[in-house]
Design a protein around this ligand. Sequence first.
Ligand SMILES: Cc1cc2nc3c(=O)[nH]c(=O)nc-3n(C[C@H](O)[C@H](O)[C@H](O)COP(=O)(O)OP(=O)(O)OC[C@H]3O[C@@H](n4cnc5c(N)ncnc54)[C@H](O)[C@@H]3O)c2cc1C
Length: 386
Amino acid sequence: MDASDFESIVEAVREFISREVVPREDEIEAEDAVPDFLSEEAAKMGLFGYALPTEYGGLGFTMEEEVRLAFELGRTTPSFRSLFGTNNGIAGQAIANYGTEEQKRDYLPRLASGEAVASFALTEAEAGSDPSGMRTRARRDGGDYVINGSKRFITNASRATVLVVFARTDPDATGSKGISAFLVDSTTPGITIGPHDKKMGQQGAWSSEVFFDDVRVPEQTLIGGEEEIGYRAAMKSVTKGRMTIAALCVGMADRIVEEASAYAVDNRQGGTPIGEFQLVQGLLAESQTEYLAGRALCLESARGYDEGRDMRQGPAVAKLFCSEMVNKVADRGVQVLGGMGYMRGVPIERFYRDARLFRIYEGTSEIQKVVIARQMLAAARAKVPA
Ligand SMILES: Cc1cc2nc3c(=O)[nH]c(=O)nc-3n(C[C@H](O)[C@H](O)[C@H](O)COP(=O)(O)OP(=O)(O)OC[C@H]3O[C@@H](n4cnc5c(N)ncnc54)[C@H](O)[C@@H]3O)c2cc1C
């Protein structure tokens, strides 16, 4: 994309968020729902397909561009981005990277326009950090597969037109082997979507359990037209998604620092603005430093991803650092506001709860450490003379 076109999009999104989304954050929190018109406007701005390939109707953003956009999206309630997060991210990428030409033509243009929503159904009760414990099965039956099992915490399941469902097609395989991915129409008989999960934060972003009871799908729904590519497809989607989550954390930290600084200037104790107290300045300065470090790390990791230099460790490092960072920034933000920081209706209190999820989904912080250390040890082993 032409650089000036890209800058115009980022500017338009920033302006839209501050004009239309920020003023509705309390309403979204209270209703646990994002007003439909915000979704419609997001669709008009191309936000349902910014990361999808241009030949299928998306904007084809590079990773660096995605990260720049996510810095803006992170400045408000994560529920806004969650409307189109699965289309661009985990679910849409599985189709874009591994779908057959027919599957891409069938789904991607509709996902990019916002006409359809895709959901990514991987996690199960005993298959979260380690999907190899997956129990959902897809049994071949003539030209069909019959899926049985259940998934939990599935974002946008209740909005989904299509579910990217991961299931074991080889009952004898263990670990990451024998897992396949299917594009399942959400209205297929045998699918039940549970009620929205009641969460600590991120109200308006919906997740649910999904149950599959003898769900019969034709073999054409097998992603890529072949079995056993499910685990690879899932990991590629999740790894890329880590960069986006990292950048959302940076955006949220930016907003928290801004809110806390404004409060410190405006509020007094003993007649002195609290921002004049050096210990309060310390809280602000530490947060600003970590926010800027996270921003720089995201941009550098995104460039490494785009250039193919580092498509695994960089996203894990960025996600680990930025998700931990925004939780510390939110905690300091509450501290700067004192008692007000603990009150409902104050943005920093809400962000404090919203931020917690970033350390858990698309790989917990512990899993990021495992991924990072594995890469380090592999590099070290490669240097040991034979
Ligand atoms: C709101 C929300 C939305 C979500 N959306 C989706 C979605 O759209 N699609 C989807 O498929 N999933 C989704 N998830 C699931 C999410 O990705 C998982 O919750 C996450 O990967 C952690 O898995 P788990 O919950 O099973 O926890 P567990 O894996 O049981 O982890 C529990 C603890 O054990 C630690 N642990 C586990 N394994 C190891 C290890 N090998 N080494 C060290 N520590 C370890 C973890 O770090 C954690 O501290 C969502 C979750 C939430 C809460």
